[in-house]
Design a protein around this ligand. Structure first.
Ligand code: M6P
Ligand code: ZN
Length: 186
């Protein structure tokens, strides 16, 4: 029992995603996302998203949680998005709960299948093991969501950095469009 965690409670603002207490915050700028978009941006210091984490030991007995606040914007029509990752432990699943804004959850398997699901306040997206996941803000306001995943999942960014996702989400005249990624797997 000695290494059993004590119970604890965190408040989450269900509109802006801020946690209280705020324990561990990561932010990603356009510079951090270099190479992820098809186009390029002159601005490098702009923050694209922040992740507010509720850290727990990274074991398969714990559930790690975070909220993500993804800003609105695009680079040459490709909407702002997270890096996206597979789990290092490939079979670990994850759940996203939409809090505000409008997004798309782009998912892909290593053998090239893909899925795109809606994200908005009230959506509960289930990301099965084996599916890489990236969230994309297709609206005019920040996209805010809560995520929960098995503690030892780990983030494998390298596979996505190398191959990308099979599809991109871009701004079309009649709204967001999902198009094939011309650079996929290259
Ligand atoms: C969600 C979870 C986190 C992830 C974050 C940002 O909150 O999936 O594990 O870190 O989104 O996504 P990424 O790590 O792909 O940049
Ligand atoms: Zn994940």
């Amino acid at each position: 029992m000695s290494d059993t965690l004590a119970p604890f409670t965190t408040m989450v603002d269900l509109f802006d995603g801020r946690l209280d207490p705020e324990r561990e915050t990561a932010q990603r700028t356009l510079a951090d996302l270099e190479g992820y978009f098809q186009g390029s941006s002159l601005s490098r210091s702009e923050v694209v998203y922040r992740v507010y984490g509720i850290p727990v030991p990274e074991t398969n007995s714990e559930v790690a949680c975070s909220t993500t606040v993804l800003e609105a914007g695009d680079i040459e029509g490709e909407y702002y998005m997270t890096k996206g990752h597979f789990h290092v432990e490939r079979d670990r699943a994850e759940i996203y709960v939409g809090l505000s804004g409008e997004g798309r959850l782009v998912m892909a398997t290593e053998d090239g299948r893909h899925a795109v699901e809606p994200m908005r306040r009230g959506t509960v997206n289930y990301i099965p093991g084996g599916w890489a996941h990236r969230s994309v803000n297709v609206g005019a306001e920040p996209l805010v969501f809560f995520a929960a995943y098995i503690g030892d999942a780990g983030h494998d960014y390298a596979t996505i950095e190398r191959r990308g996702f099979p599809v991109l989400v871009t701004r079309g005249v009649e709204g967001p469009r999902v198009i094939d990624n011309p650079s996929y797997g290259v």
